[in-house]
Design a protein. Structure first.
Length: 136
């Protein structure tokens, strides 16, 4: 687990980088990570990190807290780990006998952890911003 982040010559703790967090919001994030992990569709492909969805689903009670800490840090610093951005593109045929490249649909196979983070961002940040109109 990430204990320190190095900045120039000084060693700064993660809490100093992202500021103090409220225990309530941490618990809420742990709960959301655990809930989303437990609801993951087990038929998804394994991402390039080779962590299958069933592994995270079964281990959700144990992995939710550390995963949510990493995800909170990622969101706070606006940095997504390189491993979470990697994907393999699978060409899936749109028609029964494809003859042209346009007969295929590209499907991105990303890591399960990045899909969990994506669902949290959409549910907690994007949907609420679309529901409330901007103030003049």
């Amino acid at each position: 687990m990430l204990k320190h982040a190095r900045t120039d010559e000084n060693v700064t703790t993660v809490d100093e980088l992202v500021g103090p967090r409220k225990q309530e919001s941490q618990n809420q994030t742990h709960r959301s990570t655990r809930q989303i992990s437990e609801k993951m569709d087990l038929t998804h492909f394994v991402g390039l990190d080779n962590i299958p969805a069933w592994f995270l689903r079964i281990g959700a009670p144990f992995f939710a807290a550390p995963l949510s800490e990493i995800m909170n840090l990622s969101l706070s610093l606006s940095v997504v780990p390189k491993q979470w951005k990697l994907a393999s593109i699978l060409p899936i045929p749109k028609v029964t006998t494809p003859h042209f490249p346009s007969d295929y649909r590209p499907i991105s196979n990303t890591s399960v952890i990045s899909r969990i983070l994506e669902r949290i961002v959409v549910r907690d940040y994007i949907y609420p911003s679309l529901r409330t109109p901007p103030s003049p």
